[in-house]
Design a protein around this ligand. Structure first.
Ligand code: ZN
Length: 339
């Protein structure tokens, strides 16, 4: 089987690797599409905290080509989303048999090899068959939807609550749509007007630029109460302690993302307001629920359009994306067609 591996910053190479089913609970999947987003480009450019070498690719869909004899749902020819986030099997929660409560879930493309490859051998438990009404391109976002559902659970806010979402990247836009689906009122904030206009096309009503008018705008929309909940999406480029300024007293602040950069905040601001500050990352227990949300069309992905390209020249593609990131600090989504 063929894999693409980032050996060192800006070097990605193709390798052959033997990989066959070694347990009856495993299935072999032909990878059909891989989502390339910011984490893959960060890895390729060798950003701080990134361990190399690694096979990138956090989110993928594919078709089962061979299923072990104990597989029940992963039948041959089934279209599947591969959940790249799974329980570590070693922490105290896992050892007690509570895999859903795993303390340090493992993420493909970060902690272990990802899905930029032609075939993958997976445990059946990591495969989620896709209903016909969910397209491959929609299914690639299952992991992000799962993370966002976990955030909504943690916010646990009553209907009609104002929730500020900081960062109008993919996570911020999907989360805002899910908040609307759960009848909360998201207020999406970003410095980039282009991203906010994409968000507006996804049906998000309150989109505010992070400028000197922000506090006045928030005051107006919330009737002076400010946001009762706030979610800060990692790598959004805004001040790490912005949530402390825009959240109501005794409100809940969640820092969320598949990974976090180094961050520092003025904690006193949060303490004076008696804020509850939480982290949300690597939520993997909600994939089935996430696919259900896709079936119910709870999220409109069309305005998030990712460019779709084939995998003919992966090094050139990664280099072009890295250049764009360095020049313009943009990492647009790419759906990589692997067939
Ligand atoms: Zn664990």
């Amino acid at each position: 089987m063929k894999i693409w591996k980032i050996l060192s910053p800006r070097t990605i190479v193709e390798e052959e690797r033997p990989d066959n089913i070694s347990a009856p609970t495993q299935a072999k999947v032909k990878i059909t599409k891989v989502l390339l987003a910011y984490p893959e480009i960060r890895a390729f450019t060798g950003a701080s905290g990134v361990r190399l070498p690694r096979v990138p690719g956090m989110f993928a869909v594919g078709v089962v080509t061979e299923a072990g004899e104990d597989c029940v749902k992963a039948e041959k020819n089934a279209r599947v989303f591969i959940n790249g986030t799974y329980a570590c099997g070693e922490c105290s929660a896992c050892r007690r048999g509570n895999a859903d409560g795993c303390l340090s879930p493992v993420v493909a493309g970060e902690d272990c090899d990802g899905f930029l490859r032609d075939f993958a051998v997976c445990e059946e438990a990591h495969l989620f068959p896709l209903p016909p009404s969910v397209s491959d391109n929609e299914a690639l976002f299952t992991g992000v939807v799962s993370l966002c559902e976990g955030i909504v659970d943690k916010l646990d806010v009553p209907k009609g609550t104002h929730v500020a979402v900081v960062g109008a990247g993919v996570t911020g836009i999907i989360l805002s749509q899910l908040l609307i689906y759960h009848q909360a009122v998201p207020i999406l904030i970003d410095a980039d007007e282009e991203k906010l206009s994409v968000a507006a096309k996804c049906g998000i009503y309150y989109t505010f630029k992070a400028d000197e008018e922000l506090m006045r705008n928030l005051n107006e929309v919330t009737g002076g109460r400010m946001a009762e909940g706030c979610v800060f999406t990692s790598f959004c480029g805004l001040a790490d302690d912005l949530p402390f300024a825009i959240t109501a007293k005794r409100g809940k602040v969640i820092y969320a993302g598949m990974e976090f950069p180094e961050m520092s905040v003025h904690l006193k601001k949060a303490l004076d307001k008696e804020l509850c500050v939480l982290g949300a990352t690597r939520d993997y227990a909600q994939c089935a629920g996430a696919i259900n949300l896709l079936v119910n069309k709870a999220v409109d992905f069309k305005p998030l359009t990712a460019e779709e390209t084939n995998a003919a020249d992966i090094p050139a593609l990664f280099n072009a994306k890295a250049q764009l990131w360095e020049k313009e600090k943009r990492a647009p989504l790419t759906i990589l067609d692997m067939i």
